[in-house]
Each structure stands twice: as C-alpha cells, then as structure tokens.
Design a protein around this ligand. Structure first.
Ligand SMILES: NC(=O)c1ccc[n+]([C@@H]2O[C@H](COP(=O)([O-])OP(=O)(O)OC[C@H]3O[C@@H](n4cnc5c(N)ncnc54)[C@H](O)[C@@H]3O)[C@@H](O)[C@H]2O)c1
Length: 279
C-alpha cells in the first residue's frame, strides 16, 4: 500500500478545483481556506466583490490558484456566467460546497409570499442551481466529483419562527439524496451538513463567542458551546474529500449532539468547571 508522505495527501483532492458558493466570509471563507490548505484550487463565489477578491488573494498567497467569481449565485444567468468564467480560468470544477443561505424570523401564520419565496430562493434554489451547473459540467467531462450543501438542524426538526427556512433546508436535505442516487453511478457524490448553532463572523458582529456559547448551553447542546466555523470547514473537507468516498446522500449533523439530546438534557449538564459527579 502506498503511504502518503503528507497528511494532506490522505484527502486525495490535491489539484482539484473546488467551488465555494458564498466563499467570501464566515464559514464559506473558513471552508475555502481549508480546501486550499489540502491542495485545492479555489473558485470563491460571492455577491460582494471585496470579499471574494480578499479570500482569493489570501489563497493565492498560500500558493494555490484562485478565481473570484463575483455574482448573485441565486440568479440563474448571473451565476452560470460567473461559473463559466471561473472554469475558463481554472479548469473544470470538481468539488462544490454551497453555503449561501437566509433565514426569516417570523411565525408561520405571518409568513407572506415574499418571505417564503426569498428563503426558498436563497437556500434551496441557490443550492439546486449550482448543483445542476456543476453536475452538468462534471458529466460533460465524464469526471467524478462531490458536492456538499450547508443545510441546518432546522431542516431536520420542527423550527418555530423558521417555517420558510426550515422547509427550504428540509428540501435541500431531500434534494441531496436524489442527486446522490442519480449521479452516484457516475462517481459524483452529494451530502449535506446540518449545523446547530455556529459562531459565524456574522453572528459575532452583534455578539461575542461567550454569548454564542451561553446560547448553546441554554439550548441544551451537550458539548456546551457553539460550533466554530473551522468545525464546519473540517466537516465540509471530509465530505468533499476521498476520506468519505463511500458516503453519499447523507446529512451530517455538526451540532455538538443537539439533535440527539434528550429534551431534559439541561438537567444533566454541569456548568463549566463543575464536576460531573455531584456528591
Ligand atoms: N449561523 C448559524 O448558526 C447557522 C446554523 C445553521 C445553518 N447555517 C447556515 O450556514 C450558512 C451561512 O453561513 P454564514 O453565516 O457563515 O454565511 P453568511 O451569511 O455570512 O454568508 C456567507 C457569504 O455568502 C455571501 N452571499 C450571500 N448571498 C449571496 C448570493 N446570493 N450570491 C453569492 N454570495 C452570497 C455573503 O456575501 C457572504 O460573504 C447558511 O446556509 C445558513 O443557513 C448557519
């Protein structure tokens, strides 16, 4: 058996072209950096030009090729034009992580047409369009590949005040299964990640890590803290890489155990620093 000289070789995606949709900030930026660290070239797609350019420039400084694809990736034509330019620059896209999302905070009865449509567009449709584009590109080239959608724990369990968002993420989780079935025979995998509560750059703008961790404890997250962006990036790396080569159609919760926890878990959680065993 060949022994990889370098740990990055274990991932088996060196020199692959990876697209991160929403790669200019937050968990998208963390994911783009992580994929570059294991030897991918990156298409950093973002609606905000400075963000895409900054992350692409950081990746070039790491010695990898990078293309800033500046477009509203939820818009069919603009997204397709940006991806065509990216492939002309870097070559065919092999891997994709789709991060763009949006969540209205409104009760089901107050969810109007516009709110519903926006959450479907930014979550389910954006992933669907990018996955169709990348899937067709892979098939044209008869290439193998992998896609990952960032869904949400709200797409798995009922989500009060997130009716439109939860339905869109549930749709994303279902779509991933269908893509996995239809494209599996061609060596193209599709999986999703369901984060619980993440300390993203955006969440930190009006808050702090400590507050996000306290919220996680309040929610009853067994690991007692919020997820970091690097932890989402690590899960995305696993799911696009050869480390998960026999895994397709699944949704991986990255939620500190929240979805599996019993509802009265808070009664059993120690406060930080406190011993588990009470005497
Ligand atoms: N923060 C959490 O606790 C949490 C929990 C579960 C799931 N999620 C999911 O994580 C994802 C968001 O992660 P984040 O908060 O790090 O990202 P974010 O909202 O900060 O956005 C990431 C990047 O996407 C870009 N973007 C937004 N709309 C775009 C568009 N139409 N076209 C191209 N680029 C666009 C933004 O400019 C930004 O640079 C979403 O899918 C969200 O549903 C988040």
């Amino acid at each position: 058996m060949v022994q990889p000289a370098n740990i990055a070789d274990w991932f088996g995606i060196k020199d692959k072209v990876a697209l991160v949709v929403g790669g200019g900030y937050g968990m998208g930026e963390a994911t783009a950096n992580r994929l570059a660290q294991v030897g991918c070239d990156l298409v950093v797609a973002d609606i905000i030009p400075e963000r895409a350019e900054r992350v692409a420039s950081d990746i070039r400084a790491m010695g990898r090729r990078a293309h800033a694809a500046i477009a509203d990736m939820c818009d069919r034509e603009a997204g397709a034009a940006a991806l065509e330019k990216a492939e002309a620059d870097l070559g065919g896209i092999d891997l994709m992580v789709s991060i763009v999302g949006q969540a209205a905070w409104v009760s089901f009865l107050d969810t109007d047409e516009e709110t519903w449509a926006l959450d479907q567009s930014r979550n389910l449709d954006c992933f669907r369009r990018c996955a169709q584009w990348v899937g067709k590109s892979l098939r044209r080239r008869e290439a193998k590949g992998a896609m990952v959608a960032i869904a949400s724990a709200d797409g798995i369990q009922g989500a009060p005040m997130h009716a439109a968002y939860g339905a869109a993420k549930a749709g994303t989780i279902h779509l991933v299964k269908t893509i996995a079935m239809e494209l599996g025979p061609y060596g193209i995998r599709a999986n999703a990640i369901a984060p619980g509560t993440v300390a993203t750059t955006r969440a930190m703008e009006g808050s702090s890590h400590a507050a996000r961790d306290a919220r996680a404890r309040d929610m009853g997250v067994p690991l007692g803290r919020a997820c970091t962006m690097d932890e989402i990036a690590d899960a995305a790396l696993f799911l696009v890489s050869d480390m998960s080569r026999y895994i397709t159609g699944v949704t991986l919760p990255v939620d500190g155990g929240w979805l599996e926890a019993r509802t009265d878990i808070k009664n059993f959680l120690p406060t930080p620093g406190e011993a588990w065993v009470k005497t």
